[in-house]
Design a binder for this molecule. Sequence first.
Ligand code: ADP
Ligand code: ZN
Length: 432
Amino acid sequence: MIWNPSKECMSRDEMHALQGRRLQKLVSYVYHNVPFYRNKMQQMDIAPDDIRSIDDIVKLPFTTKQDLRDNYPYGLQAAPQSEIVRVHASSGTTGNPTIVGYTRKDIAVWQEAMARALTAYGVKREDTFSVSYGYGLFTGGLGVHYGVENIGATVIPTSTGNTEKHVRLLRDLKITGIACTPSYALYLAETLEKMGLGKDDISLRVGAFGAEPWTENMRKEIEERLGLKGYNIYGLSEIVGPGVSYECCKQNGSHICEDHYYPEIINPETLEQLPYGQQGELVFTTLTKEGMPVLRYRTKDLCTLMDGECECGRKTVRMGRIMGRSDDMLIIRGINVFPSQVESVILEMPEIEPQYMLVVDRINNLDTLQIQVEVRRDFFSGDMGSMLAMKKRLSDKIKSVLSIGAEIKLMEPGSIERSQGKSKHVIDKRSL
Ligand code: ADP
Ligand code: ZN
C-alpha cells in the first residue's frame, strides 16, 4: 500500500518541476521574511529571481546548527508568532537545543509524511500502535503520534519509562506496532525476557526505529527477539522530526518525502554537491515549510543518496543508512572510528550482549581505546581459558574492522547503562 501515490510515485520530471516551483516560492518567502537569509543572499549577490529550477539550489547559502544557535530562539522564524501552533526542540545531543516553531500547515505536512511512512511499513487502521519515543519537546513522540492518528490506527502513547508496564500493555492490548529508538527496542526485549515472557506472548508485527544510528546486525537482533519486521525511520527537528524518510517493504534505503524536504549530498570539506551514490554529508531544504524553513541545512549526518526506481513502486529518492554523524566520528591515533563499526562486530558475536561503550583516553600522549561489552549469561564462565579466548576473538575482529587495536573489557550482563531514548556509546575522556 502507498499512502499518496500521486507524490510518492510521481515521474522524475514532474517531481523536479514541482521542486523547482516550490524552491522559487520558498526563496522569495525567506528573502522577504528572514533578515538572516536576505543578508546572506545579498552578500553572495543572489536575488530570488536567480532561482529558476531546482538545479539552481547550488547557488544558495548553507544553514548550519551554529546559525540556528546564533539566532536562538526565534531569529530564523519566517512566520509571525501568531501563526505558530507548536514549538519543538532538538534533543541537544551535540550541544544546546535549537528551537523550531511549526504553523498549522507544517503540522499537516508532517502528519502526511508520517502517514506515508507508516503505510510503507504496512500499518493499517486495524493496527494498535505504541509510540515509545519520548513525548515533549523532542519531536519523536508527538510526531509519530499524529501520524498514527492520521491513518486511523489506534495510538497507545506509552512514551518511555516503566518498561515492565509497557510489556504488560503490549501483551494485554495485543499491540501490533511500535516506534522507539533501536536501543530502547533491545531494552524492551531484555525486559520481556526478564519477565519470563517471549516474542510469542506478544503480537508485535511492525517496528519503526530511528533517532539514532543503527546497523543491519542490530536490525536482525531486534527482529528476532521481538518477532517483528523492523524499519528505519529518519528525521530531525530542524527539518520536521520523524518522517523525513522511511523504509519500504524492500528495506533497502529510506524513501525521502522529497516534494517537501529536498535532499543533497555534499563533500563536507569543499561543500560541493556530490553525485548520487557517493557518501557525504546530507543536506536538506524544506520546500514547503512556513514556520522555520531552512535553506540547505547541513545535518552532519553521513550517508549516500540512491536514485532509480524501487521495486515497491515508489519513485522518490532513497537515502542509505546513516553511517554516523560527522560529530560522532572519533579520531583515535589518527584513524577515523565510528561507533557503528563496533556495533556491527559485537552483534555478530552470539556470546556478547548487544550493548557496548567506547572509552577513549589519552595516556602519555597516546590515544587509548577501551571497548566495554557484556558477556551473555549462558556464556559467562569461571573458566579463564574460555573467557580469554572470547576476548581475543573479539579483539581480533575489532582490529580488522577498525584498523587499530582496542583493549576489550568483558563485563557482566546488565552492567552497561541502558537508554530509553537516544543511547550514548562513547565516553571521550580526552575532551572532558
Ligand atoms: P539532535 O541533533 O539534538 O539529536 P534531533 O532530536 O532532531 O536532534 O535528532 C536528529 C538526529 O538524530 C539526526 O540528525 C540524526 O543524527 C539522528 N537520527 C534520526 N533518525 C535516525 C536514523 N534513522 N538513523 C540514524 N540516525 C538518525
Ligand atoms: Zn521502496
